[in-house]
Write a protein that binds this ligand. Structure first.
Ligand code: GAR
Length: 204
């Protein structure tokens, strides 16, 4: 059984779909939900499910990313995870952290990578006149939002969409995509998947 830690910064809706899926015959179990913000709504939701939670507040380490990550590492090491899922975790991780957990960190990003790494993805897609948007789950490497893509789901951009309406439509797909990718990843299957509205299908 793989041990999975989930890192969050906010409401944790993706975290909830991941931990909700990690039951029964799932090859992983949640061992820790960790937030860099003490007020992250997801912490209480995880605790209510009996999942151990922890906070490493980045504001306790002003201008010292190294010290923040050293503490993050110390807490994570106690959870001894095989897989770390970033789920709305809004801190950039340095190569030192990424190398420590190389090949074990996944992230969900609200764009069809390689388009729109970074922030404000939906506004940028609308602004560019794109006809579709979506989300990607990828392995985390030293390149921001640039690691190998493990799965994507697409949604149309509709006339009159705002970044809020588009974000809400993409989030529904995030909740389908991330658990599907995690399940396969925990089984050792890193072939990327594309979710269609009907069913998921391997690319190769
Ligand atoms: C999600 O839309 C996720 O893709 C995004 O933050 C949201 C978190 O929502 N992540 C990023 O933008 C990472 N750069 P949640 O807390 O409800 O899962």
């Amino acid at each position: 059984m793989k041990r999975c830690a989930v890192l969050i910064s906010g409401g944790g809706s993706n975290m909830m779909t991941l931990v909700g899926d990690m039951t029964g015959d799932h090859p992983a179990r949640p061992v820790l939900v960790l937030s860099n913000r003490p007020d992250a709504g997801g912490l209480a939701k995880a605790a209510a499910l009996g999942i151990p939670t922890a906070v490493v507040d980045h504001r306790d380490f002003p201008k010292d990313r190294e010290a923040f990550e050293a503490e993050l590492n110390a807490v994570l090491e106690r959870g001894d995870p095989d897989i770390i899922c970033l789920a709305g975790f809004m801190r950039v991780l340095t190569p030192v952290f990424v190398d420590r957990w190389a090949g074990r960190i996944l992230n969900i990003h609200p764009s069809l990578l390689p388009k729109y790494p970074g922030l404000n993805t939906h506004a940028r897609a609308i602004q560019a006149g794109d006809k579709e948007a979506g989300c990607s789950v990828h392995e985390v490497t030293d390149v921001l939002d640039g690691g190998p893509i493990l799965g994507q789901a697409r949604v149309p951009i509709l006339e009159g969409d705002t970044s809020e309406t588009l974000a809400a439509r993409v989030l529904i797909e995030e909740h389908r995509l991330y658990p599907a990718v995690l399940r396969r990843f925990a089984e050792g299957d890193r072939r990327p998947i594309v979710l269609s509205t009907a069913a998921e299908s391997p690319i190769n």
